[in-house]
Design a protein around this ligand. Structure first.
Ligand SMILES: Cc1cc2nc3c(=O)[nH]c(=O)nc-3n(C[C@H](O)[C@H](O)[C@H](O)COP(=O)(O)OP(=O)(O)OC[C@H]3O[C@@H](n4cnc5c(N)ncnc54)[C@H](O)[C@@H]3O)c2cc1C
Length: 484
């Protein structure tokens, strides 16, 4: 088929992965087309996932602050609260974000095609608009960044009205009185805790004994304490046997016989890669067992002209990671390989409270180092800023090797954890010892002080293990920390 237009790079999908690939490519002087099947660029991240959920979270936190200060503000949440009212800021957030993306594309000269893309062969793509107009594009290289969609288990009749998924949950008109959340991963935990903060009676159910199984149990324990304090309930080790809308409520029967009734349900049981409508069979691109696209360390597929980035290649399925993968794919195409492969990925979970981690978990550290590790902990009630901000039940856990010379992992639960984690990330990346937190000045009062407390905790344990007296310098620091 004769192409209508020729490009160096065709990017399919305008989420974080596609967008950053397109930006990198246009900055590198390449002629770029970006194809998006929705009405606007931005992907799941902007329109359905990251940004909308975090906007609702901000509203929930503001309401909680007002409630907590009831002696200052005469505050009561309105009856029949509309979800859109809680998300008023979303329109302006989305507007400025999509404007920014479009401006970037305009500035750098990339051309946006709004339509559904499917492959004709390994260098040719057909774009079909909703009105049926067809355009054939040819590219020397093609980046697939088509993202993912919610997985709907067969036994759950998602109708997007009463039984919703993570794409439709925020289309609810009114805040429900009760919500059953099926799932215990990141999206389930974030929405469960946000809605519970808004006064919704939330019950979370999953086959796992605790939510967020891949996070440190100490952190998830604190998350569950908080969730329960706001009236949430977690039922673990169960499956939903049947789910139905009975005309009045969503009725869920668990495999232990228990019946749950709620106004609405959120189904958050994982996501599936968007590959089907792409006609990948015409390209020779190999898929993995779970339907994701197989790529090598440069994000190149089994067909050399085609690369894939973001959720479509599978975990960790984060906007942050997708962006970097997009940039790296283009760098490989232009022969500017990235310095090192991505080895350290911080995980940020915007539940209430936030949870964040980087590096090895305690279990992973023990697998690699046996008992030759030391764990330092800091509770935020030991930190002045934690007391001031009412963040008492947060904690920071630092894992180091036996000498404290290498920081192996940092895990934090508390409001602000997703930002605070970057201090630990940089320490790990730079190969710092725990001493970096003892020898340098940190602002006071900050939550960052928790790093120093955890490092001091490690220093104390290190000298106990070595049956050595603490160096006077370290002992002095500990005494001072206790005085704070
Ligand atoms: C509720 C929720 C909260 C989240 N919170 C966070 C968070 O806090 N932090 C974080 O890092 N990540 C978060 N994520 C994950 C993040 O949204 C994804 O990892 C990220 O959006 C993936 O980017 P992507 O570029 O791979 O795909 P997407 O953002 O999914 O974009 C893919 C785009 O491709 C388009 N497309 C698909 N098929 C075609 C086709 N055939 N033709 C043309 N266009 C096509 C789609 O319309 C879409 O616009 C969250 C996700 C959800 C659902």
């Amino acid at each position: 088929m004769t192409p209508d237009e020729l490009f160096d790079i065709i990017v399919i999908g305008s989420g974080p992965g596609g967008q950053k690939a397109a930006e990198q490519a246009t900055k590198s002087g390449l002629k770029v087309a970006i194809v998006e099947r929705e009405r606007a660029v931005g992907g799941t991240c902007v329109h359905l996932g990251t940004i909308p959920s975090k906007t609702l979270r901000e509203a929930a936190l503001t309401i909680t602050t007002l409630k907590r200060n009831a002696d200052v503000f005469d505050f009561k949440l309105k009856e029949n609260m509309e979800v859109s009212t809680l998300m008023r800021r979303l329109d302006s957030v989305l507007q400025s974000y999509t404007n920014h993306i479009s401006q970037q594309m305009d500035l750098t000269g990339g051309k946006v095609f709004l339509g559904r893309a499917s492959f004709i062969d390994e260098t040719t793509v057909l774009v079909t608009t909703v009105k049926g107009k067809r355009t054939v594009l040819q590219g020397k290289h093609i980046i697939v960044a088509t993202g993912s969609r919610p997985r709907t288990p067969e036994e759950i009749p998602v109708d997007h009205e009463h039984i919703l998924d993570s794409d439709s949950i925020l289309s609810m008109i009114y805040l429900p009185r009760s919500l059953t959340v099926i799932g215990a991963g990141v999206i389930a935990s974030e929405y469960a805790s946000i809605f519970s903060l808004l006064g919704v009676k939330v019950t979370m159910i999953d086959k796992t004994p605790r939510p967020l199984m891949f996070m440190e149990p100490e952190l998830t324990g604190k998350f569950l304490d908080n969730f329960t304090r706001y009236g949430g309930k977690y039922i673990g080790n169960v499956n939903a046997k049947s789910v139905e809308w009975n005309g009045l409520q969503v009725r869920t029967i668990l495999d232990n016989g228990q019946e749950l009734l709620s106004d609405k349900m959120l189904v958050a049981q994982g996501r599936l890669a968007n590959t089907e409508p792409l006609n990948l069979s015409s390209t020779g691109v190999q898929l993995g067992s779970n339907g994701t696209i197989d790529v090598d360390e440069n994000y190149q597929t089994s067909t050399p002209s085609i690369y894939a980035v973001g959720d479509v290649i599978g975990p960790p399925s984060l906007a942050s990671v997708s962006m970097e993968q997009g940039r790296r794919a283009i760098k490989h195409i232009i022969g500017e390989s990235s310095k090192e492969s991505i080895s350290l990925v911080p995980i940020g979970i915007y539940a209430v409270p936030e949870l964040s981690s980087v590096g090895l978990s305690e279990e992973q550290a023990r697998e690699q180092y046996g008992d030759n590790i030391i764990i330092g902990r800091a509770s935020f009630d030991e930190v002045a800023r934690g007391q001031i901000a009412g963040i008492k039940d947060g904690m920071l856990k630092m894992i180091s090797d036996e000498q404290g010379e290498k920081i192996l992992g940092v895990h934090i639960v508390a409001e602000g954890a997703t930002d605070l984690i970057h201090v630990g990330e940089m320490a790990i990346l730079n190969g710092n010892s725990i001493d970096v937190f003892l020898e340098n000045i940190l602002n006071f009062p900050t939550l960052g002080e928790a790093y120093r407390i955890a490092a001091l905790n490690i220093a104390t344990k290190r000298s106990q293990r070595q049956s050595k007296k603490l160096q006077p310098r370290i002992q002095k620091l500990i005494d001072e920390a206790e005085l704070n």
